[in-house]
Design a protein around this ligand. Structure first.
Ligand code: AQP
Length: 342
């Protein structure tokens, strides 16, 4: 069997399930912008079908989807260079997800730590969609034959499952059709932690707003949250090793490095020996300088949701043009009658 060759293509998505936060920005969005400047085609999606795996108020979902699009653009994504759209406008995602529901195994899904974390003790009451989430995520990626997926560390297991699904499909049908996608988990802040607890990731669903910096926070709020961030009484060390048993300190240093586009080593060389009372205002100034322009631009873009809707609709048309033939070929491989004429 000849090895298929794939056009370099980047796909990633974010759920419109609440405010974009610093973790989403450093772990994902900032990387999306970097990759937009590469030679690969870039496709970025507001994954609204994923968002409804847990309850969403319809009006809030609509607002969050548009605001997420505003965040994408304000952070530097350009609808002329990248395809930007919301998932539900391209039906091929859900159609391929069904095929993948029939490829993935129950045992694989049961091992997903995100399902265990999100469903908690009440797994019997979780939606079937939450359980099948990784099959839809695999479809999001593979319906474009995407070769690279920039994500935060927390998505690593889902990307391994995407690779497993692609391999099993290719094996079961004796084809070399779906690429084995590479995760791109890079940078100083692939796992931004809560500002209140260095052992928990920063997340939209944390009940404490002080645990995260939202991209919509104003300068005073950002400064206040950093001032109140949990730390320990020791000054910062000069070497990375000195951060090992100090998760909160490590988190703030990582955030600083990622925002400043510096290595953690270079930050340590600059700030080693300083007390948090000195370092926190430095971090707050840097965060405000980097995030305030994004938040201002998001607010400006949200004044014209008609324009946002136009961008999403045009992006969906471009996305569909890539996805439809790949879905058609998939149906053909699987044995669906009429696949070739769709
Ligand atoms: N704390 C984080 N550090 C680095 N990257 C992160 N990402 C999320 N949290 C962090 C990355 O952001 C992208 C989009 O995430 P998502 O919205 O699709 O889903 P999520 O990972 O479930 O985000 P949250 O904030 O944690 O939402 P809730 O609270 O609803 O579960 C992904 O690339 C993710 O890695």
């Amino acid at each position: 069997m000849a090895e298929a060759s794939y056009t370099p293509r980047v796909f990633s998505g974010i759920q419109p399930s609440g405010n974009l936060h610093l973790g989403n920005y450093l772990g994902a969005l900032k990387r999306f912008v970097d990759m937009q400047e590469s030679d690969a085609q870039t496709i970025y999606c507001m994954v609204d079908l994923h968002a409804i795996t847990v309850w969403q108020e319809p009006e809030k979902l609509r607002h969050a989807t548009r605001e997420l699009c505003a965040g994408f653009i304000a952070a530097g994504l350009d609808a002329k260079k990248s395809i930007l759209f919301n998932q539900s406008q391209v039906a091929e995602h859900a159609q391929l997800a069904w095929i993948f529901n029939c490829v993935a195994r129950m045992g694989w899904m049961k091992r997903m730590t995100q399902f265990k974390d999100k469903a908690g003790k009440n797994a019997e009451n979780a939606s079937l969609g939450l359980f099948g989430y990784p099959a839809l995520m695999a479809a999001d990626i593979l319906v474009y034959h995407a070769t690279h997926v920039p994500v935060g560390e927390d998505q690593k297991q889902h990307l391994e499952l995407t690779r497993d699904i692609a391999m099993k499909f290719n094996h079961d049908y004796g084809v070399d059709f779906f690429p084995i996608t590479e995760p791109v988990i890079e940078g100083a802040a692939t796992r931004v932690m809560s500002l209140r607890d260095g052992s928990k990731k920063m997340s939209k669903s944390d009940p404490s707003d002080l645990s995260r910096i939202n991209l919509t926070d104003d300068a005073d709020t950002i400064a206040k949250k950093i001032r109140k961030a949990k730390t320990d009484p020791e000054p910062l060390p000069s070497e990375i090793d000195g951060l090992e048993a100090r998760p909160e300190a490590r988190n703030l240093v990582n955030i600083y490095a990622a925002l400043a586009d510096m290595s953690v080593e270079a930050v340590m060389a600059d700030v080693g020996g300083r007390a948090f009372s000195e370092f926190k205002p430095m971090l707050a100034d840097l965060a405000v300088a980097k995030l305030a322009p994004i938040s201002d631009e998001m607010a400006r873009l949200m004044r014209d949701v008609g324009e946002i809707d136009r961008i999403l609709s045009q992006g969906a048309d471009k996305a569909r043009a890539i996805a439809a033939p790949i879905l058609s070929q998939t149906y053909e491989i699987v044995g669906m009658v009429g696949a070739g004429v769709r």
